[in-house]
Design a protein around this ligand. Structure first.
Ligand SMILES: Nc1nc2c(ncn2[C@@H]2O[C@H](COP(=O)(O)OP(=O)(O)OP(=O)(O)O)[C@@H](O)[C@H]2O)c(=O)[nH]1
Ligand SMILES: [Mg+2]
Length: 228
């Protein structure tokens, strides 16, 4: 397989989960070029735990700014460095199994889409009910706005072509960046594909605020609908 890719991990207070993820990445058969970890103003040892690994590009935000701001900081570096063709984004809390990276790469090798998004099977018992509800609603609305059937619009496990990141306009600081990225990429006519990934909930702390994040989600949808 001749796909080249970098990895971007936004990390907020992820000292407990991050070392395992990084270790597993270094054990992958098809290795990434660069690995960007963005420490989003963590108050724990997130930055320090990366120093055990030599090939990490650590980006530190002075204060906590949110997942969107963290991703944007990493994307900026990826665009400057021009090392790899693709960028794989994954969470730092252990909900995105490193083994699934191979599935993204295999899919990208045979499919000429530009944006590959993870698809979690949202089963009751596996995922908290409130998250099933909010994920389903946002996927339906995002699909409706873009005209592309997006099964799991909030999933942050994604593989993107450089050309997508070069042309989308990303402004969000919080979780709404997941929606913004999809809508912007769809507007530009990029093609989507989806990769099944396991649903992992091990009692990780969730920072999603249901009411606030739903309001913010609706704002993005409205803005993107009326913005050319
Ligand atoms: N919550 C939160 N996460 C951040 C922030 N900055 C970066 N992240 C990272 O964003 C990723 C997702 O955060 P989560 O809070 O687990 O969000 P989620 O996985 O969409 O939501 P759950 O399904 O409830 O786990 C993790 O890798 C975090 O480390 C931030 O300011 N807040
Ligand atoms: Mg999570």
């Amino acid at each position: 397989m001749n796909i080249t890719y970098d990895i971007l991990i936004p990390a907020y207070n992820a000292q407990n989960s991050l070392p395992q993820i990084l270790q597993a990445i270094f054990e992958l058969e098809h290795k990434p070029g660069l690995i960007y970890v963005v420490d989003d103003g963590s108050t724990d040892q997130t930055a320090q735990v990366t120093s055990a690994f030599s090939q990490i590009r650590l980006i530190q935000l002075k204060r906590n700014r949110g997942k969107g701001a963290a991703l944007r900081a990493g994307i900026e570096q990826f665009l400057q460095n021009k090392q790899s063709e693709f960028l794989l984004m994954m969470d730092a809390d252990g909900q995105h199994p490193v083994a699934s990276i191979q599935d993204f790469l295999s899919k990208a090798a045979i499919n000429n889409a530009d944006v590959f998004i993870g698809h979690r099977f949202q089963k009751i018992g596996k995922m908290p009910l409130a998250r099933i509800f909010s994920n389903t609603m946002s996927s339906i609305i995002t699909s409706w706005v873009t005209g592309v059937k997006i099964p799991d619009s909030q999933c942050g496990f994604r593989l993107l072509k450089r050309s997508v990141l070069e042309s989308v306009r990303l402004t969000e600081d919080g979780f709404q960046i997941e929606t913004e990225l999809i809508v912007e990429a769809a507007k530009k006519g990029f093609r989507f594909n989806f990769v099944p990934i396991p649903t992992v909930y091990n009692g990780q702390k969730s920072y999603i605020k249901h009411v606030n994040d739903t309001i913010r989600f609706m704002k993005i949808i409205l803005r993107e609908t009326f913005r050319p």
